[in-house]
Design a binder for this molecule. Structure first.
Ligand code: GCV
Length: 841
């Protein structure tokens, strides 16, 4: 029996028992809140669920909570609960705050005191009837309790003897959006803004309400809606009523709206001649503006501030400090209960790269640690998890352990800016979990990051978690159906950072796709390995994501990090690689950590392999803890990573027929693309370091492509060769393009043994044209397509490089293979190479 049959039989056996959801087409719009009908047996478990639901409060949130329960039960169990507002004369599900319940059930007390947003699911006697009770300290908590109950039903959990208290780990569980008022989203990969279009708030805010519902279901209680590179117009008087409409859409779901502001606003829109935070007129301007906002939006959350960073105005203009700037706004917000999220992402992007002591990684600590204790109590310092900028691997920011008298929140990135932009699979909770569990040794005993940011270690009044989400108008919010697990995972970890990523991945999969155990395992396995896989083909050993940092932050761009002021240096030269951040010989960054952590990173010997090049410059021949040399690790990890990315396609194919076709195909297309792009990454990095180090790959992979035929080596009709820069971003540094409107062709002869083959055509798909391609074998058309993917590139290079795989071709020696390309606008039907492999058995 051949392998293909074995795989098919295993697949069939794995899925015996099958799926219970019907396979109607789904866009992913419902996310994890699909409320898909339960299988008959599973549904029986909930037969004793009361037939009516009573809500004791009369707020909007209470109403929404009741409706959600009706919707969920109807969807999953096919029953419409009787909805009431007064104490029932029958068994019921009762929703209400503890205060509301007091009269009806005076003896009811949870075992521990409920904090804000915490809830209690229990059963008891209400008005003489046995009831299932969802109660909380506040209304938002009741809504969260409803979602928790529905989750239990969706996940087939028992409701008998229900007595469960859930409390959020931290008060701050927010998402930020980087939406511009014109409707674009900075680092957003899923369409345009759900909030803004053409300089105004959208007329139709249905998607905003749907978003708030998703957020509430995972316990997120705040959202800053606009780019931290803030447009000052957001504070214009005429804009505020528009903002109020968004806040109105959020409010029923308990999501507080906040906005990012430009610190220069008093001058830019306020008409003052200064924005000096210590000028009394500036303070007065903020106070008046904030009062006005609260008149329109009584539950307004506050302001996010990015200042003195990447060209933004800031207090340094007047030689003032971040605490001066934060506090003037905080004073204005304080009477209303508003917060200032002041971002620690403050650094000089004109650093002199020639000075080996300069180090961008030191900036956050250097700027904020001296101000510890100087910030008002309603200021939160929002700190990116690492000292650079959301790289696939960074050490934890030392600032997180260094603020003892200041509130802090950790900033994580849900939108995959440096981690594949939702075209590559990269499930981030395993990374976040490592960060949150990391012991900073900031005080006696264990001080994991999760406790520090939640304010537990140093008894701060507030703190927590902020995730940059950047959902867009795409039906499924984040473009890649599997990327929604990152939004879900962020919310779950913000609620309870002790959860484990596998549990999160499995839970998300069951809610999103159904509960077939093999399917759940397959998807969870893919998700859980994906961060490591992505890291392994995009940047080694803590040298950071070796991407084009001056442009899209997407494909490889190894030299873009070097010899400029941005400070994302990896310091690779002919002898070695890595940035020396030790005290003894480097920038001294390592000393920003507490002693035990600083000691760990100070020495090459004790620094973990995965961060070695972040902390040390070592020769390529340096031997890692793993026993490999650095250079061999670079080669091997990139080859293994690309292979594992290809494996995802095979794993996913096992799920065909068990997931609705729409989502199945959408994920498949992305995984196939990823498998091809992982090879682009692999080749760029391996070829670059092979050339730079001159050290050959002992396994003979790097620089060796036996199955490859370069386009420029084919017989060309109309096509002309072009040099590509940087050269590692195209195979052999060259490609071909067609400058004649009627089209061009590239031809070669097949010279190998007769048999079945697959042919990979590596071409470039820019977003400024839609070239057409045809592939012919001996004049027979075997494939044709239009290059119309939306990749972040307007020219030939690693961002646009992509692949078309043509499978099942019967080839004989002497066959002529011809690729025809017809250019369109700026895209000249560019081709890189062809690879021919025997078809897999
Ligand atoms: C919103 C990185 C991103 C920028 C982003 C910035 C920030 O530099 O590339 O797009 O700006 O971080 O977090 O402020």
């Amino acid at each position: 029996m051949n392998c293909r049959w074995i795989v098919a039989i295993i697949a069939a056996l794995l899925f015996v028992g099958g799926h219970v959801d019907d396979l109607r087409a789904e866009t992913g719009h419902e996310g994890w809140l699909r409320y898909a009908p339960l299988e008959r047996l599973a549904a029986q478990k909930y037969q004793t669920l009361p037939a009516s639901v009573v809500v004791l409060g009369d707020s909007e949130i209470s109403g929404v909570a009741q409706e959600e329960l009706l919707r969920g039960v109807r969807g999953m169990l096919g029953r419409t609960l009787r909805a009431g507002k007064t104490q029932p004369k029958e068994n019921a599900i009762v929703l209400g705050t503890l205060a509301e319940l007091r009269a009806a059930a005076p003896g009811l007390r949870p075992s521990s005191e409920l904090r804000e947003d915490g809830f209690w699911l229990t059963t008891g006697n209400v008005g003489g009837f046995h009831s299932l009770i969802i109660t909380a300290a506040n209304e938002r908590g009741v809504l969260y309790g409803v979602f928790a109950l529905l989750n239990k039903i969706a996940l087939d959990e028992t409701l008998t003897s229900l007595n469960e208290v859930q409390q959020p780990f931290a008060p701050i569980r927010w998402v930020d959006q980087w939406d511009n008022l014109d409707g674009r989203i900075e680092r957003g990969y899923a369409g345009r803004s759900i909030f803004f279009e053409n300089g105004s708030v959208r007329a139709d805010l249905t998607r905003v309400r749907d978003y708030a519902r998703l957020l509430a279901s995972i316990g997120i209680n705040g959202c800053a809606i606009n780019n931290v590179n803030a447009d000052p117009r957001i504070l214009e008087d005429s804009f505020l009523p528009q903002l109020a409409r968004i806040a109105d859409a959020f409010r029923p779901w308990g999501v507080r709206m906040s906005i990012s502001v430009d610190l220069g606003s008093p001058k830019l829109v306020g008409g003052l001649d200064t924005f000096d935070p210590l000028d009394a007129r500036v303070a007065e301007w903020w106070r008046t503006k904030v009062d006005e906002i609260y008149r329109l939006i009584p539950d307004f959350g506050g302001f996010v501030v990015k200042a003195d960073s990447e060209g933004r105005l800031g207090p340094s203009t007047y030689k003032r400090t971040p605490s001066d700037a934060a506090n003037v706004i905080a004073h204005a917000l304080k009477p209303h209960g508003g917060l200032v999220f002041y971002r620690a992402f403050v650094y000089n992007h004109h650093l002199d790269w020639r000075d080996p002591k300069n180090d961008r990684a030191k900036a956050a600590y250097d700027n904020f640690h001296p101000l510890d204790g100087k910030f008002d109590d309603n200021v939160i310092i929002q700190v990116k998890y690492g000292p650079i900028d959301f790289q696939a691997r960074e050490p934890v920011s030392p600032l997180l352990g260094a603020l003892q008298k200041t509130n802090e929140a950790i900033e994580l990135q849900i939108t995959q800016e440096y981690t594949g932009q939702q075209r590559h699979l990269c499930f981030l909770p395993p990374m976040w979990k490592e960060v949150l569990d990391f012991d900073m040794h900031a005080a006696d005993g264990r001080t994991p990051v999760r406790d520090l940011v939640a304010g537990k270690t140093f008894h701060r009044p507030t703190g927590g978690f902020v995730g940059i989400a950047n959902v867009g108008l795409d039906a499924n919010w984040l473009a890649h159906p599997l990327a929604m697990a990152n939004l879900y995972g962020f919310g779950r970890l913000a609620w309870d950072p002790n959860l484990n990523p596998r549990a999160i991945a499995e839970e998300w999969t069951r809610l999103t796709f159904g509960s077939d155990p093999s399917m759940v395992r397959t998807i969870a396995d893919m998700q859980l390995s994906s961060w490591q896989v992505y890291e392994s083909y995009t940047g080694p050993l803590g040298a950071q994501t070796l991407t084009d940092i001056l442009g899209s932050h997407y494909g490889p761009g190894i030299e873009s990090s070097e010899q400029n002021g941005w400070g994302q240096w990896h310091r690779a030269d002919h002898q070695g690689i890595g940035m020396d951040r030790s005290l003894a010989t480097g920038t001294g960054y390592a000393t920003q950590y507490s002693l035990p952590v600083a000691k760990l990173y100070e020495s090459v010997a004790t620094t973990p392999d995965e961060l070695l090049l972040f902390f040390h410059h070592v020769p390529y021949t340096y031997v890692l803890h793993s026993g490999k040399t650095v250079i061999q690790h670079i080669y091997d990890s990139h080859y293994e990573g690309a292979e594992r990315a290809a494996g995802y396609v095979q794993q996913w194919k096992l799920l065909q027929g068990h997931i609705d076709d729409e989502r199945y195909q959408s994920v498949l297309a992305r995984l196939e693309y990823q498998a091809g792009h992982a090879i682009v990454w692999r080749d760029a990095i391996c070829n670059y370091f092979l050339a730079l180090s001159g050290v050959p790959d002992t396994r003979g992979h790097a620089g060796n492509f036996p199955d490859r035929i370069e386009a420029e080596a084919m017989q060309l009709q109309g096509y002309v060769p072009v040099e590509v820069t940087p050269r590692e971003n195209a195979s052999a540094g060259r490609a071909i393009e067609c400058l004649q409107a009627q089209g061009c062709a590239a031809t070669f002869r097949f010279t190998r043994n007769p048999g079945w083959y697959e042919l990979d055509v590596q071409y470039f798909d820019q977003n400024n044209g839609e070239s057409r391609f045809r592939v012919l074998v001996n004049d027979q058309v075997v494939d044709q397509w239009v290059a119309n993917d939306q990749l972040p590139a307007t020219k030939i290079g690693a961002d646009s490089s992509t692949r078309r795989r043509i499978t099942g071709l019967a080839l004989r020696p002497g066959d002529q293979i011809r690729i025809e390309g017809i250019p369109d606008r700026e895209e000249h039907a560019p081709l890189d190479y062809v690879e021919i492999h025997p078809s897999p058995e």
